[in-house]
Design a protein around this ligand. Structure first.
Ligand SMILES: NC(=O)c1ccc[n+]([C@@H]2O[C@H](COP(=O)([O-])OP(=O)(O)OC[C@H]3O[C@@H](n4cnc5c(N)ncnc54)[C@H](OP(=O)(O)O)[C@@H]3O)[C@@H](O)[C@H]2O)c1
Length: 296
C-alpha cells in the first residue's frame, strides 16, 4: 500500500463511516435519541426510531428526514413490553437484511427526593414516604432503564450478527445510553434513576463479555452522558423537537461551563458506532462532570 493510500484510511469519511448502515434508536423522537438519529442519518445510515408517541416520531421524520444522505423511519413501540420488542424485530426483519447499529436509548427519570436533611427522622421521611418514592416507582424505572436494554439486545442478536456476517470489516454494535448518574457517588436527589444507570453500565459490560464469549462478533459499549438538553432534563421540546437548558445553571457545576450540545453527542455516537476496536467500554461525554463530582 502506498503512503497516499495509507493516508486515505485516515480520512473522516473512512474513520467514521456509517453510510448504508441500518440502525435502530429507541426513544429517537427527542433529546439524546434524536441527536444519535441525526448523527447517523445525516451521514448516510437508515435509522429506525421508536417511542410510545407516534406524533413525536412523525415530526422528527418530517423535520430531519428530508434532503439527507440517509433515512429516518418512525415505528411506534414500547420497549417495556416483550411483545412490542418482538413485533419490532419482525418489522425490521421484514424490511432489512441486517441491523448494524442498535442504540438502546429510551429511558425515564425517577421522582426527586431531598437528601439534605440532617435529622434522622426527617431523612427517613424524605426517603421512605410514599408520596415521593415507592417500590412500584423503582420497578418502573428499572424496567425502562435496564430490563428493556437486556431484552431488546437479546431479541436483535440474530439480525445484528447478520450485519457482521454480510459486511466484511464491520462488526455490528449495541450502544446503551447509560449516564454519569450511574458513576458518581451522589444520588443527585434521585436514587432509583442513579441505581438503574449503574445497573445499565454493568449490564453493558456483561453483555459485551457474554456475547464475545459466545463467539458472536457484536460489540457492546455504552455512552454515559453528562447533562444534555432533552425532554427529561428541560421538561419539554419546542416545535422542532429540540430542548434547551440555561447555560448559566452549569457554569459552576461542570468544567465545560455548559450543558452538552448536539455535536458533542454526535461525535460520541459516531465514534462508538464506527470504531471497530471498541468493545465493552463506557464512553463518558460529560464536559468534566464526573471529574468535578468524583466517582463511587
Ligand atoms: N439528557 C440528559 O442529560 C441525560 C444524561 C444522561 C443520560 N441520559 C439518558 O439518555 C436517554 C435519553 O433521554 P433524554 O435525556 O434524551 O430524554 P427524553 O427526551 O425524555 O428521551 C427519552 C425518550 O425515550 C422514549 N421512551 C420512554 N419510555 C419509553 C418506552 N417505554 N418505550 C419506548 N420509548 C420510550 C421517550 O418517548 P415516549 O415518551 O414518546 O415513549 C423519549 O423520546 C435516557 O436513557 C436517559 O436516561 C440523559
Amino acid at each position: 500500500m502506498s503512503a497516499e493510500q495509507n493516508n486515505q484510511r485516515f480520512q473522516l469519511e473512512n474513520v467514521f463511516n456509517v453510510k448504508g448502515r441500518v440502525a435502530l434508536v429507541t426513544g429517537g423522537g427527542s433529546g439524546i435519541g434524536l441527536m444519535a438519529t441525526q448523527a447517523l442519518a445525516v451521514n448516510g445510515a437508515t435509522v429506525y426510531i421508536t417511542g410510545r408517541t407516534g406524533e413525536k416520531l412523525d415530526r422528527v421524520t418530517e423535520l430531519y428526514g428530508k434532503n439527507i444522505p440517509g433515512q429516518i423511519i418512525p415505528l411506534t413501540s414500547d420497549v417495556t413490553s416483550k411483545d412490542s420488542i418482538a413485533q419490532l424485530v419482525k418489522e425490521i426483519e421484514s424490511k432489512e437484511k441486517a441491523l448494524h447499529i442498535l442504540i438502546n436509548n429510551a429511558g425515564i427519570s425517577s421522582n426527586p427526593g431531598n437528601t439534605d436533611a440532617e435529622d434522622p427522622k426527617q431523612l427517613q421521611q424524605e426517603l421512605f414516604q410514599d408520596s415521593i418514592s415507592t417500590f412500584a416507582e423503582w420497578e418502573s424505572v428499572y424496567r425502562t432503564n435496564v430490563t428493556q436494554a437486556f431484552f431488546t439486545t437479546a431479541a436483535f442478536l440474530p439480525l445484528l450478527q447478520k450485519g457482521t456476517d454480510l459486511d466484511h470489516g464491520w462488526s455490528s454494535t449495541v450502544i446503551n445510553i447509560t449516564s454519569i448518574s450511574g458513576i458518581v457517588k451522589t444520588s443527585q436527589h434521585h436514587f432509583a434513576y442513579n441505581a438503574s444507570k449503574a445497573a445499565a453500565i454493568h449490564l453493558s459490560t456483561m453483555l459485551a463479555h457474554e456475547i464475545a464469549s459466545s463467539g458472536l462478533k457484536i460489540r457492546v459499549n455504552n455512552i454515559a452522558p453528562g447533562v444534555f438538553p432533552s425532554e427529561m432534563t428541560a421538561k419539554s421540546s419546542d416545535e422542532n423537537q429540540k430542548s434547551a437548558l440555561p447555560k448559566e445553571k452549569y457554569e459552576q457545576k461542570v468544567p465545560a461551563n455548559r450543558p452538552g450540545k448536539d455535536e458533542d453527542m454526535a461525535g460520541a455516537v459516531l465514534f462508538a458506532a464506527a470504531n471497530q476496536y471498541l468493545n465493552g467500554q463506557t464512553v463518558v461525554v460529560d464536559g468534566g462532570y464526573v471529574l468535578a463530582a468524583g466517582t463511587v
